[in-house]
Design a protein around this ligand. Structure first.
Ligand SMILES: Nc1nc2c(c(=O)[nH]1)N[C@H]1C(S)=C(S)[C@@H](COP(=O)(O)O)O[C@H]1N2
Ligand SMILES: [Mo]
Length: 217
């Protein structure tokens, strides 16, 4: 698993990548500066549950998060190892393709960048496929998954994430439609090219930018 010897070149490389991820996302600026609600969305106060209909029960004793594919060090973390990573708190908005948005969600968990730092991104990795315990998959560019505000969330509004909302842990990638935010996340696969995940094979957009209304492919 993780080695204890610091690897400066690996860390430097990933730090450089994350700096680029931040600039890349800011520079693209598909969100107009004075707008918060993307086109075609309406605000909700509650938090709807949307998924394939199965809420897998994943006991913490058997829970694992694997990081596979184009990484220097493939990871297979148990819950205690995952909890030992730096914990981050973030407040972000949710935009679901079914047209609801929810502002000011307080998340706690592990920053995607911190996990990827641990694994070390290999040259040539351009995309990720997220695999979940219910068999769900979704694809996104690595730079979007590694956005500064993307988090592997275990808590919402100070409470452990409920099973229905993806507990014990889900991805949250706030600048893309919410179907990219895999619930019950089990494996992150780093890939050289883009492949369609579950909804992407079923008519949804490969990228899913709410500000460009990239709902359907
Ligand atoms: N594992 C998994 N993750 C998933 C889904 C799913 O069916 N399975 N549905 C996606 C869709 S379409 C949406 S809109 C959001 C809904 O998250 P919520 O139920 O917490 O609102 O989860 C996304 N992540
Ligand atoms: Mo969705």
């Amino acid at each position: 698993m993780q080695d204890d010897t610091p690897d400066d070149s690996k860390l430097t490389r990933t730090k450089r990548l994350w700096a680029e991820a931040g600039k890349f996302l800011t520079g693209r600026a598909s969100r107009p500066q004075d707008e918060r609600l993307p086109p075609g969305q309406h605000l909700v106060r509650d938090w709807p549950v949307l998924d394939l209909g199965v809420h897998p029960n994943v006991p913490l004793s058997t829970w694992r998060l694997d990081v596979t594919g184009l990484v220097e060090t493939p990871l297979s973390l148990d819950w205690a190892q995952f909890q030992a990573l730096p914990q981050t708190e973030l407040r972000t908005d949710i935009h679901c393709v079914t047209t609801w948005s929810r502002y000011d969600n307080d998340w706690r968990g592990v920053k995607v960048q911190d996990l990827l730092d641990m694994a070390g991104v290999k040259e040539g990795a351009g995309f990720v496929m997220l695999h979940s315990f219910d068999g769900y998959t979704t694809n996104l560019p690595l730079m979007d998954f590694a956005a500064p505000d993307a988090i592997l969330a275990t808590h919402w509004m100070g409470q452990p994430l409920t099973q229905a909302h993806g507990g014990p842990m889900r991805a949250v990638v706030p600048h893309l439609y919410f179907w990219k935010s895999a619930k019950w996340l089990n494996r992150i696969d780093l890939l050289p090219g883009d492949q369609a995940g579950f909804w992407e094979r079923n008519g949804y957009h490969m990228y899913g930018d709410p500000w460009r209304e990239q709902r359907y492919g």
